[in-house]
Design a protein around this ligand. Sequence first.
Ligand code: GRF
Length: 205
Amino acid sequence: MTKRVAILISGGGSNMVTLADSMRADDHPARPVLVLSNDPQAGGLAKARALNIPTFAVDHRPFGKDRAGFEAELNRVLEKAQPDIICLAGFMRILTADFTAKWEGRMLNIHPSLLPKYKGLHTHQRAIDAGDTEAGCTVHEVTAALDDGPILGQARVPILPGDTADDLAARVLVQEHRLYPAVLRRYAAADRTPVFLSGEINAPS
Ligand code: GRF
């Protein structure tokens, strides 16, 4: 039975596009059924519409600090789409334990660091400031603790002398676009074997 995938975004949606493109393969065990954003102006919504994927936006701003109210609206939209899997892809809102508990075991996230290092924000600058020689991205199952669930895949890239955070973010993003589709394909086939990739220094950018 083809798994139904909802993708949550906040911005440009480049990870969403690569996930959606990957699911166009005839033998893929999943297909996208919804792209949902917390920002009605998110550029990824137009990209999803161009891919004929149903979209919805739940603007978080009117809810203020009422996270439960915002998430109740997210759930109302999600429950109509009946996803088997939720992929957080550049989704920048912190989710409550109630929301993650409801979807636990069915929700993935991609984080731009080699977890468990550098949970939270500004991951690339922190890796550079620490003098690390490599960085990367992680796909993990979402649990109540931020950026902390079981790891389903990682991709590594070198940190090069003189790298800025933007240089590193661009190098990592290339690997995000390889890693997330690879993990989703396994996860949709009920295979939780982790995927480990490494980015060639001279990989085409
Ligand atoms: C990416 O750098 C990713 O690491 C983070 O959000 C950023 C934007 O992602 N999760 P996208 O282009 O909106 O998919």
